[in-house]
Design a protein. Structure first.
Ligand code: NAD
Length: 500
């Protein structure tokens, strides 16, 4: 069994009180690892290390090129260890091996992108704020300080990298708390980072639980910024904790994204797209297409084919390349999803397929939920409004495009959305009307490292990726340099200063 300790100030250490917790494989419930169970005392050590690295260490002061070199070296290490990281991600999270392989590849690529973006000089002169000869005005971008990063379990390594890349490229130091469900790949990453020889205290990881390590981290007075990804409910608690000393906050939270099929869509492609949108990673994606909006004119035919194809999704051992859907991450998540399915039935939606645990004996020990489709769902019902985070699709039928847009936007969330149509102009006009941070036209899930990703409404605050994402980890400083130079010619000479 693997044993992992906290990573603080470039060293692997036990929790102060020596407590540990275990991680299990959600496919067979076997224990695969033990982790140090970090608490407030460990957060204290990690934050002090990050603070010291920021205030006194070389990291914020070294050249962009030098920092970038470290990020590229970590990215290369991830690529070199792709096989191991992929397999561990499968064992730890229940992710299929195909999805885990993509995640590790994209993690390395994302970090390499931030190694490049980190070279960008964002400082400069601000023109036009004063008459020439009066003043010169400079804009400097500086790191914020110590960043507390909190991440969920659905894309473990990838979520860690999404924080490390922009935070480090901008010159900050970081304390990361991974999800208690999935810390294996991140602790393996720390071994690679230790090899790279990044300066002391720049990256620290404290494994543990949200109510202990997480709460202590986000309320720590020496933390300057919180970068959080997780549920909206936890995001609200994080924001409250941040208020005590006005920490800067970015929140990447939940979603309930609407996938709108227009009546002229390529039906076969849209069916595949709808399946990918909801059932990829068993629905455990913040941007999943959980509400399928179908025009009444084509709904019966679309639904018939969709259900037939959904029944053919191969559930199985996530380590096998033939498996299309693995188990949910934990018993807790399994119970939550099953609870929502019961709620859907009780609220009168029509269950078309799925709705339970699969009966195959080889899946017995895994936290599997069948791909589930409800039809004739009321958009006001619980399964249309709340984030389920499992393989459960709500179909809502509509008559007009105006109605579809109104239904799509009738949500407290606004993370993503999608439109399927052969008419580019029509699709674009719908895309413009959706209140969501990312909208796909004839596509789903695909993100771009240089394009902003984040949520409208209760899906979050701020954006990840690209230069916008890096600026979320920077302060803007204005330096005003006087060019008048002569005491009597100052604009304020006659205003407030007594003449002697
Ligand atoms: P969660 O909110 O339960 O936990 C997220 C993290 O917060 C975990 O590390 C947890 O330990 C920690 N935490 C819990 N309580 C805390 C507290 N009081 N203070 C500080 N930290 C605390 O979310 P989850 O169940 O792990 O992940 C699923 C959620 O993540 C979904 O809502 C999903 O939409 C969201 N998510 C969003 C994005 C995005 O980019 N918008 C991406 C992935 C996941």
């Amino acid at each position: 069994m693997r044993e992992y300790r906290l990573y603080i100030d470039n060293e692997f250490v036990d929790a102060s009180d020596k407590r540990t917790f275990t991680g299990i494989n959600p496919f067979n419930q076997e224990t695969i690892a033990t982790f140090a169970r970090g608490g407030a005392a460990d957060i204290e050590k990690a934050v002090v290390a990050a603070r010291n690295a920021f205030d006194n260490g070389p990291w914020p002061r070294m050249s962009r090129e030098e920092r970038s070199g470290y990020l590229k070296a970590i990215s290369d290490k991830i690529n070199e260890n792709k096989k191991l990281l992929t397999e561990l991600e499968v064992l730890d999270s229940g992710s299929t091996i195909r999805k885990a392989g993509e995640d590790i590849y994209l993690s390395a690529r994302n970090l390499a992108t931030f190694a490049k973006l980190g070279l960008t000089d964002l400082d400069g002169e601000i023109e036009g704020v004063s008459k020439p000869g009066f003043s010169k005005n400079l804009l400097l971008r500086e790191p914020i300080g110590v960043v507390a990063a909190i991440i969920p379990w659905n894309f473990p390594l990838k979520m860690a990298i999404w924080k490390f890349g922009p935070a480090l490229a901008a010159g900050n130091t970081v304390v990361l708390k991974p999800s208690e469900e999935t810390s294996v790949s991140i602790m393996e990453l720390m071994k690679l980072i230790q090899d790279v020889g990044i300066p002391r205290g720049v990256i620290n990881v404290v494994t543990g639980f949200g109510a202990e390590a997480g709460a202590a981290l986000v309320s720590h007075p020496m933390v300057d910024k919180i970068a959080f990804t997780g549920s909206t409910k936890t995001g609200q608690a994080v924001m409250r904790a941040a208020a005590t000393n006005l920490k800067k906050v970015t929140l990447e939270c939940g979603g309930k994204s609407a996938n709108i099929i227009l009546d002229d869509a390529d039906m076969e492609m849209a069916i595949d797209g709808a399946i990918y949108a909801i059932f990829y990673h068993a629905g455990q994606c913040c941007e999943a297409g959980t509400r399928l909006l179908l025009p009444n004119s084509i709904a019966d035919e679309f639904v018939g084919k969709l259900v037939e194809k959904t029944k053919r999704i191969q559930l199985g051992d996530p380590m096998l390349p033939t498996t299309l859907m693995g188990p949910l991450v934990s018993r807790k998540q399994f119970d939550t999803v099953m609870g929502y399915i019961e709620r859907g039935k009780a609220e009168g939606a029509t269950l078309l397929t799925g709705g339970g645990k699969p009966s195959a004996p080889e899946l017995e020990k895994g936290f599997f939920v069948e791909p589930t489709i409800f039809d004739h769902v009321n958009n006001k019902s619980t399964i249309s409004q709340e984030e389920i985070f499992g393989p459960v699709l709500s179909i809502i039928r509509y008559n007009t495009i105006d109605e579809a847009v109104q239904l799509a936007n009738d949500s407290v969330y606004g993370l993503a959305g999608g439109v399927w149509s052969k008419d580019a102009e029509k699709a674009m006009s719908v895309a413009r009307r959706l209140r969501a941070g990312t909208v796909w036209i004839n596509e789903w899930h695909l993100l771009n490292e240089r394009a902003p990703f984040g949520g409208y409404k209760q899906s979050g605050i701020g954006r990840e990726f690209g230069i916008d994402g890096m600026k979320e980890y920077m302060e803007s400083k204005h330096i005003y340099i006087d060019e008048v130079g002569v005491r009597e010619k100052k604009t304020w000479y006659d205003t407030a200063v007594p003449k002697t």
